[in-house]
Design a protein around this ligand. Structure first.
Ligand SMILES: NC(=O)c1ccc[n+]([C@@H]2O[C@H](COP(=O)([O-])OP(=O)(O)OC[C@H]3O[C@@H](n4cnc5c(N)ncnc54)[C@H](O)[C@@H]3O)[C@@H](O)[C@H]2O)c1
Length: 330
């Protein structure tokens, strides 16, 4: 992975909450490869030990099973790591299927969990980065979405458990900076895809890839004209690490401004997998945003970051991973 080593070279020991999840596991890998010790904290409610199996046993890597909703402390298994100087707070159910199944855990993780992760960073004087989301913009009435836009969120709809947990996490992080003067930052991540996503997590890319590889119809919600902007995981990891290495509070959007409709995405997956599957249009979930596209002027200017991987390239890599990791019939 292409890691901005300069940006993060000063860190000796990073804590990644949610480190056994999709994004977290790629962050753990990139940080360890840059020479930093890593403690991965995860309660495995949606993540899997297999996601970090390639790191287990490597010097400097510690896996701690813990629910961040309760106060936690980190100590590396060998006792040789420096105190944490970076905390990346990525713990949270993130796919609609997961947070609708675990609404209260999602709210508690965004609130009590974020508070505990902030407290850990404060105790050690560590830089803290909060993983927020484009869902903070809700069903946006401005397009593309810049950080100045305050969003359009239904506070009591089914998706509010995630959207409001993340908005509260942002508020808590900003208050931490005001009250304690802590070195904290907020990244608003837009949809990211890549290897280690779960085929049944309900998000568009893994669902389409799984269905195409199995020869099933691809289930496109609504009329397929709603848009998303999809970033390949390597680009998102670079953006997060650039944010970690900065002193910015943010929020800063990290996402790919190339917009694609759901129907175009499904057709591209069919083309790249060589599948003979067709499309099936199904009901669109409530409060599903019609458009989603980041304005990344701030990230370009302040972090010198922009995405590099095209949808075609990223999807080919993702499909390759799914082919290698899907058991026949499973
Ligand atoms: N993937 C995306 O497109 C995307 C977009 C925007 C924001 N994000 C944010 O990035 C983070 C990671 O998302 P992901 O896509 O990798 O999801 P994921 O479900 O693969 O990973 C989340 C991880 O957090 C862990 N976790 C959840 N609650 C926890 C708790 N209370 N204590 C400890 N661990 C807990 C899960 O077990 C899992 O390993 C989330 O905070 C999510 O909101 C992701």
């Amino acid at each position: 992975m292409d890691v901005p080593t300069d940006a993060i070279s000063r860190f000796r020991h990073a804590v990644v909450t949610g480190g056994a999840g999709f994004l977290g596991s790629h962050l753990c890998t990139a940080l360890l490869e840059s020479g930093c010790d890593v403690t991965c904290v995860d309660d495995f409610c949606t993540g899997r030990p297999e996601n970090v199996a390639h790191l287990t046993g490597r010097p400097g890597f510690t896996l701690l099973e813990a629910d961040i909703c309760r106060p936690f402390e980190v100590a590396d298994s060998s006792g040789s790591s420096a105190p944490p100087d970076l905390v990346l707070n990525f713990a949270s159910p993130a796919s609609p299927a997961d947070y609708l199944r675990m609404p209260l855990h999602t709210l508690e993780t965004g609130s009590a969990g974020t508070r505990n992760a902030l407290a850990l960073a404060r105790r050690h004087g560590a830089r803290f980065v909060q993983a927020s989301t484009s869902e903070a913009y809700g069903d946006p009435q401005e397009h593309p979405q810049s950080e100045r836009y305050w969003g359009h969120v239904n506070p009591v709809g089914p998706r509010s458990v995630y959207d409001e947990a993340k908005r509260f996490g942002e508020a808590l992080t900003a208050a931490e900076a005001r009250v304690h003067g802590s070195n904290v930052g907020i990244v608003r991540l837009f949809n990211t895809y890549g290897p280690r996503m779960r085929g049944y997590d309900g998000r568009a890319v893994p669902t389409f890839v799984r269905q195409a590889l199995a020869g099933e119809e691809l289930t496109v919600t609504g009329d397929g004209r709603q848009t998303r902007s999809l970033a390949y995981v390597e680009d998102t990891v670079r953006g997060v690490l650039a944010m970690a290495g900065s002193e910015l509070l943010g929020p800063v959007n990290v996402g790919n401004p190339d917009e694609i409709t759901m129907q175009e995405l499904a057709e591209l997956v069919i083309e790249l997998t060589g599948s003979r599957s067709g499309l099936r249009f199904v009901e669109r979930p409530s409060d599903d945003p019609a458009v989603r596209c980041p304005d990344i002027t701030l990230a370009r200017g302040k972090l010198q970051w922009e995405p590099r991987v095209t949808a075609r390239d990223g999807l080919e890599r993702t499909i390759g991973w799914f082919r290698a990791h899907t058991h026949p019939g499973g």
